[in-house]
Design a protein around this ligand. Structure first.
Ligand code: NAD
Ligand code: G3P
Length: 332
């Protein structure tokens, strides 16, 4: 029988543990805090998924070795910017042949590395067993068992298939892919575009404005992805436009909500103070912008989001800057 470990007891780590357990795969979760581990062992995670009863088949521990022992699949669900430090502590505990699955949707600050690259480097894991999961998967809806689809990517598609088979309860439909770069980038960049859409909403803009940002945001994602070697088809799929729509439209999105608060006039520090969960785009806008600059790719929306979040420009100012850009062909 396939066994799994999930490192990280936040919203998505816990919801994905439920996906695995409901799919018939027993899961041991690793959590930092004993109180959280005790709660999960008693059948819920009230801090992150209040009111949700977790399925049988999930248990938790604070010991990484115990969590990963005998696991065929080890799922990592921590903030992107802490992953490298976390792996330094966990690498010794990871079974040599297990598939290592990233749920993260971010790009590392400083190195501009995608999470699969950080896992390979900091965890010493061969790329052929590194898997990424990304798609329109708001954790709360998945935990409520609302039907959704996703993409599970690995350069070795047999490993992606093994993880997909273990993650297939009746409400979760995973598609496999070999395009790790495209699937990861789609997930990371959509968070930055959702910040922009949230800002537009907060400024009182309507659906034309938001659809324009979403569509041009997809153009930026595809341009960058293709330059980095992604398959363009990925961006019209679940990990591209699918996740972009879910995140930019949903009040459940932490990134969209963060942008909304900025658009309403709160400062970045004020929004950080009221945001309890990980809004990856806030940090990743800077690393993704750096990645685009390093590869000579034009990403004007991402540039303006970074100007608000890191340079203190106002959302209203940056909308003006975007609208006054020189005219060009849509396909460029
Ligand atoms: N929540 C969603 O709907 C969703 C869906 C898809 C993908 N994701 C992605 O999954 C990743 C995890 O997101 P999440 O929603 O579970 O975040 P979260 O904020 O709900 O939980 C983060 C978890 O990481 C732990 N953590 C924080 N700092 C840590 C550290 N220094 N060391 C170890 N653990 C630490 C927290 O205690 C918590 O258990 C993010 O990259 C996010 O973009 C989230
Ligand atoms: O809440 P967000 O903004 O981190 O988005 C959650 C998921 O990535 C949606 O697929």
């Amino acid at each position: 029988m396939t066994r799994a470990a999930v490192f990280g007891t936040g919203s998505w780590g816990t919801a994905y543990a439920a996906v695995l357990a409901d799919g018939g795969t027993p899961v041991t979760m690793w959590g930092r805090r004993q109180a959280m581990v005790d709660q999960i062992n008693a059948g819920s995670n009230e801090d992150y998924l209040p009111g949700i009863r977790l399925p049988e088949g999930i248990r938790a521990t604070t010991d990484p070795v115990e969590a990963a022992a005998d696991a065929d699949i080890v799922v990592l669900a921590v903030p992107s910017q802490t992953l490298r430090a976390n792996l330094a502590e966990w690498a010794h505990a990871l079974p040599r042949r297990a598939a290592i699955v990233s749920l993260m949707k971010g790009v590392e600050l400083g190195t501009t590395k995608r999470m699969s690259e950080v896992i390979a480097e900091a965890g010493g894991i061969e790329p052929g067993r590194i898997v990424v999961v990304s798609g329109p998967n708001l954790a709360k809806e998945i935990a409520q068992k609302q039907p959704a689809a996703s993409v599970i990517a690995c350069i070795d598609e047999r490993i992606a298939e093994m993880v997909a088979e273990a993650s297939n309860p009746p409400y979760f439909r995973p598609y496999t892919s070999g395009d790790v770069i495209g699937v990861e980038l789609g997930g990371a960049v959509k968070n930055v575009i959702a910040l922009a859409v949230g800002m537009a909403e907060g400024l009182g803009m309507g659906d034309n404005s938001k659809a324009s940002i979403i569509t041009r945001g997809l153009a930026e994602t595809s341009r960058l992805g293709m330059k980095l070697g992604a398959d363009p088809v990925t961006f019209s799929g679940l990990a591209g436009v699918g996740d972009l729509i879910a995140t930019c439209m949903s009040p459940l999105s932490r990134n969209r909500t963060f942008g909304l608060n900025l658009g309403k006039g709160m400062t970045v520090d004020e929004v950080v103070a009221v945001t309890r969960q990980t809004a990856e785009g806030v940090k990743s806008c800077e690393s993704i912008l750096q990645l685009a600059h390093d590869h000579g790719v034009s990403v004007p929306i991402i540039e303006q989001v970074a100007a608000v979040v890191h340079d203190g420009r106002s959302p209203k100012e940056v909308v003006g800057a975007l609208m006054l850009r020189a005219l060009k062909n849509e396909a460029e």
